[in-house]
Write a protein that binds this ligand. Sequence first.
Ligand SMILES: [Zn+2]
Length: 386
Amino acid sequence: MLDNDKEEYGLVEFRPLSNKERWETYAKLTTPQRAVIDAHRKYLVRSEFVKNTYLKASDWYFVDLKIDARYPEKYETKYMLYCECGRRLKYQYIIASKKTGQEIKLGSQHFKDHLNIPQHVANEISAKINNVDYALDELLWLKRKNQTFPSELIERVRKQLFNLNHNQKNQAFNLTLVQRIFAFAEVDMPIYTADYQAIQQFLNLDLEVNSVDIQSKGYQYFQENITDYLTSQTLYQKTALWVKQIQERMSQTKEQPKMPKRYFEAFHYLLTKIEMQTIEKIKAEIDLFSLRGLGKWIQPEVYTQISQALYQLGYTEDFLNVIHPFIREGLLEFFYVNQKNDIVNEESERDASPILNEMVTLLAPLSKKEQATLLKELLLKLKQRD
Ligand SMILES: [Zn+2]
């Protein structure tokens, strides 16, 4: 492993493998490593199918790819793979008809015969499938050279994801890449040189965030639930948070929908009053809120995330740090006014300057306009109490 010399991560003296070497290396992988490589191969094949314009317009789509790792060894017939025509296969492609859903199982050499597609398209598919093998050779080659996953990356990737969730700009990133990095880390597989470079770029993204307290409960919670964030863009992407109808409207008009303040005010009020004893109780209250009026505009997943975080963390800063950024920003205004009210009440008899200093610190990250709004709200609240 070349952990201490990052420059050297990658391919040394790479050449494509022979079929024999390919299978030899594949056979030496652990079962979880094979599962990751098989899933990745499937992903590559699927992208090749999608890229092929003829197939895209045709009735066929790619469903699955099965591999007989023991081929050509003979064993129980029900576990071996076959083409439509009965020929034994190492790779079996499963293709289905968009119209009827009917599936066809076949080898890469027989696409033309069984799918009734022109010879040149069949040739193109074969060539693409060879490319997939060639791409995977890079990983198998690294494995042959005893390379492992560059483990020093994963903590930094985790931290960066938390940062992205707190970025002022809504920065897009390559989710597929990050998912692949996590999958490969899990089974200690080496990664593509291109992925290694791309992940460095991801780590160097220019973000506007405050430093992360990795000891905080919020950070721990985020890391424990990171799979949710990686599998659902709804949970952190600003545009993905809206329900389908609003997203469709957004794609036509390009205007950004806004939630009126009263939505966040009502939500904040609920969060301060909600009984936290059981997750069921919390879910029931949040669900009720989500189905009323403006609540319906937001994807149900976001509310599920909120219920779970609320149960674990209570209505705290840590809670706000792990929920959807859009909801966080809306609630923050009311959350801090609420906290400030408590402080002012408790300490109203004492010297006000420490509180003033603390408020100045608290307001510092906000824009002048946000500060002004916040202070106005504060005055309003105080007046209401008098
Ligand atoms: Zn066949």
